[in-house]
Write a protein that binds this ligand. Structure first.
Ligand SMILES: [Zn+2]
Length: 80
């Protein structure tokens, strides 16, 4: 399977969808990626920022370590 050139829907640049990646996606029945790697990394980073922003309000954090630990535990369970 030759490398494919896909067009990023974010920045509009073409990026290589390599043979290895095609196999990886096919095995997991993923559809072809829509974004180049830098854009995917950027979106991932933005998502992390959003998650940080959706953390409890400052007042709650100020209650101390107990609250923070509790929040982290909750977050961990939600992600699994
Ligand atoms: Zn892009």
């Amino acid at each position: 399977m030759p490398d494919k050139q896909l067009k990023c829907c974010d920045c509009g640049l073409e990026f290589p969808f390599t043979e290895g990646e095609q196999k990886f996606y096919a095995e997991r029945e993923y559809s072809d990626p829509k974004r180049c790697k830098p854009c995917r990394e950027r979106r991932k980073a933005e998502k992390q920022v959003k998650e940080v922003n959706s953390a409890p309000p400052v007042a709650m954090m100020e209650e101390g370590m107990e609250t923070e630990r509790h929040w982290r535990g909750k977050k961990g369970r939600r992600e699994h």
